[in-house]
Ligand binder design. Structure first.
Ligand code: SF4
Ligand code: SF4
Length: 397
């Protein structure tokens, strides 16, 4: 179970708001009381408290106070989560060397999942993450990464979100992250509208470069999430589970005290004109009103079958094709209908995975093969016939 404290926000709708300690305290009391069916030690053996911004470390004093209160209360109540909790912070790294931040990290290191966002390479990072005076923030972010991993011995993964403007830089970004020593690199395409067959061709080309680089440099121990051995095949029709925890397992509170099934249902994520989907408030609790109970009931009914068209449900490469329930709600006014703008990128990913795994198996002298489930006519939307034949040769089934 993940619980998010949204201390400050600058998302789709940029605004400057800070949560009060009182609001955070009421939320902490509420979830530790465990007297609601929604989140309690019975249905969740542990808890992750994640502090999300904007930039969460701008509110380090508040985070420190809330953390002390949360841990203190768990000890006082002899709560089952007292030794089953984690704190999670993802930062842009610009505040890392603030003495208060350093003190917090030192104090909570054993329970802390901490990461600094790096947009692939210095060029990509400094193109969009700049200080008000125009200086890029890559160097300070990297200094924070190196201190956390090399001096404190912390583990840090990396995440790159692929969108139409940066799809041509995936290989450059991956090379840089590998050179920095990252062993776990999460790469995923955004769900938003705007993907075309041209982007899919670019992604396929970039992932082929990544695959060659990984294989030729013997980097088999690095986890790159875009290459998944178990994906790109049909899904078991009995598996109707929703893709993510966004139908209620990622409960989040914002600075007003409103509680949501996931941070993505907050007003600043949904943008203007879309009604936020709240399931509670620190003032009256979780599922305290008829409307909130209605929302929760609606979310509980959502599953892969109810959300998907027959084409998606029976898709030959359905395994690993993801969706965001909250984005569905933003687009269609209901989380129960699946936005599929990502379709062509999943197809490109399926083809690149066929290339990567079969090249890897052959290079390592392994007998197994990665079966290609994507139909030829889907593949030819993205790659030429000769490349398709090359993939089939590598598959060799
Ligand atoms: S995919 Fe969307 S709905 Fe699901 S947890 Fe993530 S942001 Fe929330
Ligand atoms: S979006 Fe496309 S690739 Fe994904 S399940 Fe649906 S049809 Fe298959």
């Amino acid at each position: 179970m993940l619980t998010l404290l949204h201390t400050k926000c600058y998302q789709t709708v940029k605004a400057h708001h800070a949560m009060s300690f009182e609001t955070a305290k009421k939320f902490t009391d509420l979830i530790l009381r465990g007297d609601n069916e929604y989140i309690n030690p019975g249905n969740s053996p542990g808890v992750v408290i994640e502090f999300i911004g904007g930039e969460p470390l701008l509110e380090i004093s508040l985070i420190d106070r809330v953390t002390d209160y949360f841990i203190g209360e768990m000890v006082r109540l002899r709560h089952p989560w007292a030794n089953r909790f984690r704190l999670s912070i993802c930062s842009n790294g610009t505040e890392y060397f603030d003495p208060k931040v350093r003190a917090y990290i030192n104090k909570h290191l054993p329970h802390l999942s901490f990461s600094i966002s790096i947009d692939g390479s210095k060029r990509l990072h400094d193109a969009c993450r700049v200080f008000p005076d125009g200086r890029g923030s890559y160097d300070i972010a990297i200094a924070g990464v190196e201190h956390f991993t090399k001096v404190l011995g912390g583990k840090m993964g990396s995440k790159m979100t692929i969108a139409p403007p940066n799809v041509g830089y995936v290989f450059e970004a991956l090379q840089n992250l590998l050179a920095l020593g990252y062993k776990e690199i999460n790469l995923n395409c955004v769900y938003e509208e705007g993907w075309t067959a041209k982007h899919a061709q670019t992604l396929y080309g970039q992932l082929k470069l990544c695959a060659d680089y990984l294989i030729e440099n013997g980097l088999d121990d690095v986890y790159i999430s875009i290459f998944e051995e178990g994906f790109f095949k049909p899904k078991d029709p009995a598996d109707v589970q929703n893709w993510c925890g966004g139908t209620g397992d990622m409960i989040a509170v914002d600075y007003t005290g409103s509680i949501y099934p996931c941070i993505r249902y907050m007003p600043n994520s949904l943008g203007p004109g879309v009604k936020p989907l709240a399931i509670g408030h620190v003032g009256h609790g979780i599922l305290g009103t008829e409307e909130e109970r209605g929302c929760a009931h609606c979310l509980k009914c959502v599953d892969r079958r109810s959300q998907s068209t027959d084409e998606c449900f029976d898709c030959p490469i359905a395994e690993g094709c993801s969706w965001c329930s909250a984005y569905n709600y933003q687009v269609f006014g209901t989380p129960d209908k699946r936005a599929t703008f990502i379709c062509v990128m999943h197809k490109a990913r399926a083809l690149a995975n066929a290339y990567y795994w079969n090249r890897l198996y052959r290079a390592r002298g392994m007998g197994k093969r990665f079966a290609i489930h994507i139909p030829e006519d889907w593949a030819l939307e993205i790659i030429p016939k000769g490349e398709w034949q090359n993939l089939k040769r590598l598959e060799g089934l």
